[in-house]
Design a protein around this ligand. Structure first.
Ligand SMILES: Nc1ncnc2c1ncn2[C@@H]1O[C@H](COP(=O)(O)OP(=O)(O)O)[C@@H](O)[C@H]1O
Ligand code: SF4
Ligand SMILES: [Mg+2]
Length: 352
């Protein structure tokens, strides 16, 4: 698809990821070692992010979520594919092939909030330096104007501006994550990628940070790509959800639809593993045990990538033919040959 088509057909798209692939070379040991293969971390992913939505990206650890996020913010360059980004004036640019210099005008528009509030802040920098860095680096503000803007954003994330001369060690995990959020938002991005942004936090702090993310989204008209391995957190925050397995999107739908009526066996298994505190819900779904043998992304299985762990796999199509992500019910997409034939279960959305 050319950027021309994106412009015409998808006016409601902020970012269109098209056929994106990321392969990391595996090198042998030694100074002049040859590349012995590739880790297929992201395999031909296509998806659209709509302005103002929270799009969830879920899947087990190692399935390629972070790598996809890093390609989108262009901290790494994808091996193949396109990242069509719609600018404020409606024009569309492809970020994928851009050099660092060409990327500069877009760097503040797409920002990331990382998982670990402890290792992601430089211990030798003050909060003012950390949070103000994107403004200074891009020449947007300096001196007292920069301090004013840092003070404003600190207030927005629930921190006291009086603490801006302190160092990260003086803050708790939840406060550090607020610092991370302030740094991501200070230069007024349009798309924020939150990569496991609440996964390292205690349950009570997690709820506060999720609320903060919701409030900030409303106030600043933000769009989120919310990456998480936690199905319950994703359900509570996201409008739509994409499920990833071995570098591919295997299901994509409105959150309510995906949780109530999954159309891919992998999603069914992920949902069945979610602990439900309500005893009325506990009995209604069987726990589907996924075997631990996650396939090697350097040597993915034939046919459907999930066939080695899927309880519905057949010897014929599933083993031989790679399923495409396709519409099975309106805008509900699934990459399972047998989606229409299977009756998958979920304990979500059947009571109340
Ligand atoms: N820089 C890298 N070099 C080589 N392999 C990598 C690199 N980054 C990630 N990978 C591999 O890519 C796969 C996907 O990793 P990742 O994107 O971190 O998954 P997730 O965020 O879903 O846990 C994993 O097999 C991981 O080991
Ligand atoms: S295509 Fe076959 S192996 Fe893949 S998810 Fe569907 S039933 Fe399972
Ligand atoms: Mg990750």
């Amino acid at each position: 698809m050319t950027s021309e088509l994106v412009r015409d057909e998808e006016q409601d798209t902020l970012l269109r990821v098209e056929d994106l692939a990321m392969r990391f070379p595996i090198r042998g040991r030694g100074l002049f070692a040859r590349t012995s293969g590739y880790v297929h971390a992201v395999n031909n992913v296509s998806l659209s992010v709509r302005p103002g939505e929270v799009l969830g990206l879920v899947g087990e650890s190692g399935c390629g979520k972070t790598t996809l996020g890093r390609c989108i913010v262009r901290s790494i360059q994808p091996t193949e594919g396109h990242l069509y980004y719609r600018e404020e004036d409606g024009g569309v640019v492809d970020l994928a092939p851009m050099t660092n210099r060409e990327l500069r005008p877009y760097q503040q528009k797409i920002r990331v909030i990382f998982q670990d509030p402890f290792s992601s802040l430089n211990p030798r920098m003050t909060i003012l330096q950390i949070v103000g860095d994107p403004l200074r680096a891009s020449g947007i503000a300096r001196g007292s104007e920069l301090e004013d803007r840092v003070a404003t954003i600190l207030r927005k994330v629930g921190l006291s501006p009086g603490h801006m001369h302190r160092y990260p060690h003086a803050f708790s995990g939840g406060e550090r994550q607020r610092v991370n959020i302030a740094r991501a938002l200070i230069a007024e991005p349009r798309l924020v990628i939150a990569d496991e942004a609440v996964s390292a936090l205690d349950v009570s702090v997690r709820a506060q940070i999720l609320n903060l993310l919701r409030e900030l989204q409303e106030e600043f008209d933000l769009t989120y790509l919310f990456i998480s391995h936690d199905m319950s957190v994703v359900e509570s925050l996201c409008n739509r959800v994409a499920v990833m397995y071995l570098g591919k999107i295997v299901e994509l739908a409105e959150t309510e639809q995906l949780y109530r009526d999954p159309q891919h066996p992998y999603t069914e298994a992920l949902l069945s593993a979610v602990p439900r505190p309500d005893p009325r819900l506990r009995g209604s779904g069987r726990r589907i045990r996924l075997s631990d043998n996650f396939p090697d992304p350097a040597d993915p299985p034939s046919g459907c990538f999930f066939h080695t762990r899927c309880r519905y796999a057949d010897e014929d199509r599933c083993v031989r033919e790679r399923p495409e992500l396709r519409a099975v019910d309106g805008e509900h997409l699934s990459a399972c040959h047998h989606a229409e034939r299977l009756t998958l279960t979920s304990s979500f959305g059947h009571t109340t």
